[in-house]
Design a protein around this ligand. Structure first.
Ligand code: COA
Length: 164
């Protein structure tokens, strides 16, 4: 049984993330989509909101679990009996950062392998930051995120009194 982990900030999940989750669920026996709490980013959505969104979005995939973790990714992976870390590559610009992370993770845990999946071309320009910026300024993100995430973004915009 090959267990993989797909870690990220998921603030919010986009169609690009979902594409990767769907493909990973076909490649591996079991996939844990894990929200990292120790991000240097200042998230718009709380951990609970991101868990709720991801759990609903991953419901169609019976071999996918959604969780969150704090501390080192490799420690969490070991705790869960995971041997594969999945990361997406959107463009050459992702490569340097991803390679640093993969090599550092290998140094910390040589028994855990990072596997890169190429993001589908149609989502290669997408990022959570861009989606948040567009949505909070009143732009349409319909084709970039699942309808559920669009709803959460609209709600945030209303509650936080964003103009635009
Ligand atoms: N399609 C579209 N966009 C994608 C994508 C895809 N397939 N895959 C990633 N992205 C985007 C994300 O939306 C995100 O956009 P943003 O920067 O605007 O928010 C960006 O690419 C990358 O973010 P993400 O994939 O969420 O990862 P991250 O860089 O925020 O890393 C962790 C988060 C949790 C993996 C990392 O911080 C971690 O491992 N933390 C734990 C602590 C640790 O172990 N540190 C040592 C690491 S060596």
């Amino acid at each position: 049984m090959i267990k993989a982990i797909y870690p990220g900030t998921f603030d919010p999940p986009t169609n690009g993330h979902l594409d990767l989750i769907e493909r990973s669920s076909r490649l591996f026996d079991y996939v844990i989509v894990a929200i990292g709490e120790q991000s240097t980013k200042k998230p718009l959505f709380s951990i609970q909101e991101r868990l709720d969104m991801l759990r609903e979005l991953c419901a169609p995939f019976p071999n996918v679990e959604v969780d969150h973790f704090s501390g080192l990714l490799v420690h969490y992976a070991r705790e869960k009996g995971v041997t594969i870390i999945i990361r997406g590559l959107r463009a050459v610009s992702d490569f340097e950062y991803e390679m640093q992370m993969a090599l550092m993770n290998r140094k910390l845990a040589p028994d855990i392998e990072t596997v890169f999946l190429m993001t589908s071309a149609k989502w290669s320009f997408l990022s959570s930051s861009l989606v948040k910026e567009v949505a909070l300024l009143g732009g349409c993100v319909k084709q970039l995120v699942p309808p559920l995430v669009e709803k959460y973004l609209k709600e945030k915009r209303k509650n936080e009194g964003h103009q635009g």
